[in-house]
Design a protein around this ligand. Structure first.
Ligand SMILES: C[S@@+](CC[C@H](N)C(=O)[O-])C[C@H]1O[C@@H](n2cnc3c(N)ncnc32)[C@H](O)[C@@H]1O
Length: 279
């Protein structure tokens, strides 16, 4: 467990084959003049990620068209199976442009290995909302899904499966921001970790930046490995992870996006405690 300073290419051989349960990573997109923003060698990357994941790991990777096509072809070559996509919608667009639509989303692709088995959907169900994303009390509103109801005896307890497209503000000037231009919100990473890994599992981020992945991994009782090649961000990441504490129910009063993923926090009733910030 730990954070390493340097390039992932120089550290990867020290990670044992089959030891990693979950990779969550946000690689350079090569869209800025920043020194670190260089396109990875996807072939070598996918080969090594496959090696450390063995036949049961998983990977969530932030990506962007059109280079995601190369990423995907390399992934398939090394036995990664594309599983699903989430679209993170942000409030602000990135990149000033006068000719294209304002880009306000990021793609996050999930790959699995042939024997991946950890898909904790129950852990990440979200409070039910209307189409306009207003919250609804349990038992009110249209039933979640008649098909599910018939098939598995679905009970409307006020929670639904998470949506593939979700909104979460990016971190500009928020308290969570540590100054990295592409730092991801913990609220975006949290459901991915809870869904795709169990407590005690090893979560790995080879492009760790400010350490969002290892920080959330620690907060959720996972082990972690992280690599970052810019010294400033490596130091930030080490300090951040040292300070990270376990997430307790109802703790995230200041971040509704994070707390909305902590299902037990939203309503009293069968699923858990009453949340104090709702009072
Ligand atoms: C998009 S940022 C990740 C930001 C991160 N998700 C966060 O929330 O802070 C990509 C990071 O990868 C680092 N990086 C780029 N190439 C690398 C390499 N070959 N090995 C390790 N880190 C690298 C960059 O310095 C940068 O901080």
């Amino acid at each position: 467990m730990g954070s390493s300073f340097g390039k992932w290419e120089d550290h990867i051989s020290s990670i044992s084959s089959g030891s990693v349960n979950l990779i969550i990573t946000d690689p350079p997109y090569q869209v800025t003049p920043l020194k670190w923003d260089k396109r990875p060698d996807w072939d070598e990357f996918m080969k090594q990620m496959a090696r450390v994941s063995g036949d049961s790991g998983q990977m969530w990777i932030f990506c962007r068209m059109p280079w995601a096509i190369d990423l995907h072809l390399a992934a398939v070559k090394y036995g990664w199976v594309f599983f699903q996509e989430r679209i993170w919608q942000k409030q602000n667009g990135s990149g000033a442009t006068v000719k294209t639509f304002r880009k306000t989303h990021e793609n996050i692709w999930q790959y699995k290995r042939i024997n991946s088995k950890t898909f904790n959907l129950e852990e990440v169900r979200e409070p039910k909302t209307t189409t306009g994303d207003k919250s609804i009390k349990p038992g009110k509103g249209r039933s979640d899904c008649q098909y599910m109801k018939k098939r598995v005896g679905y009970i409307d307890d006020g929670f639904r499966l998470p949506k593939s497209v979700f909104f979460c503000p990016n971190l500009h000037q928020s308290k969570e921001s540590l100054g990295h231009s592409t730092q991801k919100p913990e609220a975006v990473i949290l459901p991915l970790i809870k869904y795709s890994s169990n407590e005690g599992d090893l979560v790995f981020d080879p492009f760790s930046g400010t350490g969002t992945t290892p920080s959330v991994a620690k907060q959720t009782g996972r082990r972690w490995l992280a690599i970052e090649m810019v010294e400033r961000w490596h130091r930030t990441s080490v300090e951040r992870v040292q300070d990270a504490k376990a997430i307790t129910l109802c703790e995230n009063k200041t971040n509704p996006y994070l707390s909305s993923h902590n299902a037990n926090c939203q309503y009293s009733g069968d699923r858990g405690e009453k949340c104090i910030f709702d009072e």
